[in-house]
Design a binder for this molecule. Structure first.
Ligand code: MLT
Length: 264
């Protein structure tokens, strides 16, 4: 399979991996801005989401990371800076675990390195069962929005609330269920990230309740092997890339400029 993707610009490759249960439209603003700034900004739809086909295999994040690597092969990209928002961050960490030679730098956005505690993975499996038995995506959107969008967005930006609702409702329920099962089974990546020697940028919306300040601190680490930076995004919850796109773009561009400089 080749994942459906959109690419803007040319230069050092930057892969932007989207959150759950959404698709690559989440990163449109950053893709365009990075493309205009001299990067090849690549936004894939993870398997089953957006325009990408579902994976036939047993649910697992390995399959998602494998397909991202197939896409890099298809694009003849040997190494890329990888940015992942929430579920996209889990996929980025899986890439680092299994294909470290492909990861030039890591931006971890509104995400975490920990595995699910038992109650959280049980909730995911329960939601997956509900989706498999026909729970409508509209209901899913209603259930998820309060966690995905910050207080400021929910109070002041009804257009974005509507947009995100439509994006969720447009996803294939089978993909959403698959991803829940895959995330429920993910490994803890704390030691993996602590040992990583490359540059790490942690981005967090200050109103994010799903990825907490403690999650961000765990990714920065006490004595990290490589250089780490934290960018806090004001007026934003979990979906910082769309809640405050300019601030996320600025943080990515400043970091990439230092760690993935463009060819002169
Ligand atoms: C996401 O935004 O991708 C989800 O919040 C990830 C998760 O459910 O852990």
């Amino acid at each position: 399979m080749t994942l459906h993707y959109v690419e803007s610009g040319s230069g050092p490759a930057v892969v932007l991996l989207h959150a759950f249960p959404l698709d690559s439209l989440l990163w449109s603003a950053q893709r365009k801005a990075l493309g205009a700034a001299g990067y090849a900004a690549i936004t894939p739809d993870l398997p089953g989401f957006g325009g990408s086909p579902l994976l036939p295999a047993q649910p697992g994040l390995d399959g998602f990371a494998d397909e991202v690597v197939h896409l890099l092969d298809h694009l003849t990209v040997t190494q890329a800076a990888v940015a992942g928002l929430s579920m996209g961050g889990y996929v980025a960490l899986n890439l680092l675990r299994r294909y470290p030679e492909r990861v030039a730098a890591l931006a971890l956005v509104d995400t975490k390195v920990s595995a699910d505690p038992p109650a959280a993975s049980a909730n995911r499996l329960e939601m997956a069962d509900r989706l498999d038995s026909g729970w409508p995506s509209q209901e899913l959107a209603r259930a998820m929005l309060p966690g995905l969008l910050g207080e400021t967005t929910r109070s002041n930006n009804p257009d974005l609330v509507g947009q995100v609702t439509r994006w969720i409702a447009a996803q294939d329920r089978r993909a959403v269920s698959y991803a829940q099962r895959a995330m429920a089974a993910r490994l803890d990546s704390g030691e993996l990230l602590a040992a990583y020697q490359g540059p790490v940028l942690v981005i967090r919306g200050v109103e994010d309740t799903l990825s907490t300040p403690a999650d961000a601190a765990a990714m920065i680490g006490g004595d990290p092997a490589g250089p780490r930076e934290l960018a806090e995004i004001p007026l934003s919850g979990h979906l910082s890339a769309v809640e405050n796109p300019a601030a996320v773009t600025e943080a990515l561009l400043a970091w990439l400029g230092e760690h993935a400089p463009k060819a002169q």
